[in-house]
Design a protein around this ligand. Structure first.
Ligand code: SAM
Length: 246
């Protein structure tokens, strides 16, 4: 998969060199290219922002540098990328969207600063490419670089061969399949006794059926406590008789 990021803070994307994403890059599973938007700003101060039409506080990112940058990035590859525009006014970034984006061959991220990018840029590329405006949550950050790090990590770990154990994301919170719509329950490791705390007996029983049932019950309990909205939204057919008794 190819990932391009256009930003005025290329250094902010340094974490893409470490851990899971860094290893995927080193193995050639991810081709990540970070570009400095200011390379496409031509005045002596490399200006990328200006005051908003209609007045108001803050600055808006100018369309010309973004247009030149995106044209150059798009022309540098084969085919048509999906453009991902981080913005608090976008559609929520969910595990389902991470799965969908992980199946695309090429993503271009456009993290903004200030009050965001001149609207005409989104419209211009939206007319000819798949453009997704995406929010990572109901809060406002100073820039889109942290959202890009969040999205790239969620997407990269879904790519074949990126996680050491391909099963690792099977039971994740929000994963499709048996645990769909439920958050993952608690997890434990050795030692069996830590301070005055043990671990649930069932996990030492070796009984796979009972362990699976316990995990599902815990997932159901945690979801009911922390995210009742997920239970309300879920397809009732996703729950069995035992769930409904909880
Ligand atoms: N005035 C904008 C608004 O209220 O929608 C906020 C702009 S914010 C200060 C600057 C940039 O940070 C945004 O254009 C976007 O790239 C990024 N950003 C901030 N919060 C975000 C979020 N929750 N999800 C995705 N991107 C976000």
């Amino acid at each position: 998969m190819r990932l391009d990021v256009v930003t005025i803070f290329p250094d902010y994307l340094e974490p893409l060199n470490v851990s899971l994403v860094g290893k995927a890059r080193a193995r050639g599973q991810l081709d990540v290219r970070v570009h400095d938007l200011r390379e496409w700003a031509h005045d002596k101060h490399n200006t990328v922002d200006d005051t908003p039409y209609g007045g108001g506080p803050g600055m808006v990112m100018k369309p010309e540098p973004w247009g030149e940058a995106l044209d150059a990035v798009i022309a540098s590859g084969e085919g048509r990328p999906t453009i991902v525009v981080p913005t608090p006014s976008g559609k929520p970034f969910t595990q389902a969207l991470a799965v969908e984006l992980s199946e695309k061959p090429w993503l271009v991220f456009t993290p903004a600063r200030y009050e965001g990018i001149d609207r005409r840029v989104i419209e211009e590329y939206g007319d000819r490419l798949d453009v997704r405006e995406v929010s990572i949550g109901d809060y406002v950050l100073a820039g889109g670089e942290a959202p890009v790090l969040v999205m790239v990590e969620a997407i990269a770990r879904l790519l074949p061969g990126v996680l050491g154990n391909a099963e690792s994301h099977r039971d994740d919170s929000f994963a499709p399949g048996a645990m769909a719509d439920l958050l993952e329950g608690p997890v434990y490791t050795k030692p069996p006794q830590w301070r005055d705390r043990g671990i649930p007996d069932v996990l030492l029983s070796g009984h796979h059926g009972k362990i699976a049932r316990w995990r599902r019950d815990e997932a159901f309990r945690r979801t009911t406590a922390n995210r009742p909205d997920l239970i309300e939204r879920a397809d009732p057919a996703a729950f069995d008789k035992k769930d409904r008794e909880m």
